[in-house]
Design a binder for this molecule. Sequence first.
Ligand code: BG6
Ligand code: MG
Length: 220
Amino acid sequence: MNNIRLVIFDLDGVLTETSKQHYLAWKILAAELGVDIDLEFNETLKGVSRMDSLDRILKRGNIYDKYNEEDKVKLATKKNDIYVKMIKSFTSDNLFEGVLGLLNKLKDMGILIALGSASKNGPRLLKSMGVYNYFDYIVNPAEVKGKPNPDIFLKASDELSVPVENCIGIEDAVSGIEAIKKANIFAVGIGSKDVLFKADIIYRETKDIDLEVIDNLLKK
Ligand code: BG6
Ligand code: MG
């Protein structure tokens, strides 16, 4: 195995189950605003920044023009407060099965590891789940354009000086797969083939990832 030199992980829905908590927190806030959101709509929120997610919810309820920027910041903060309470008790037990094994394998093989998440709660979650120190670089989502722009993935490749052809990105969101592909990086999808069909390879769960298979595909 010598093609993969950097793995850029998404966080929510790839390392841990937090895509569920994001959804539940948005659902509570949306209900207060009189907007109903369901799991199908939630697919369009995955990978999308906090403020962009709020905009999408307001547009869905046809109430986008009702709020000014200050109101929107308050609403987004309210959602984040609900979310942060939900993840307060997170420990290493909340890592998806196979994540620790995968991180250890990458370290043993000398492959670099980066976090390419849109979440500003990323570093906090990595710390509470005990895996912060595995990461050679964490992209600050406040500094780059959000997914589906490629910037988060390009930033990781650039900062760690690994050419895109030697990187892989792992994502559970449609917007994330789009971002990886725009960066000309090999895209690993975690989830349903019906949703993530633009990915180069798709696994049902993170524990199913086979690095040898991906490394061989990278050669082509
Ligand atoms: C992404 C999630 O990883 O981060 C989105 O998929 C979330 O659902 C986004 O909105 C921003 O997260 P946060 O924690 O900064 O609000
Ligand atoms: Mg995700």
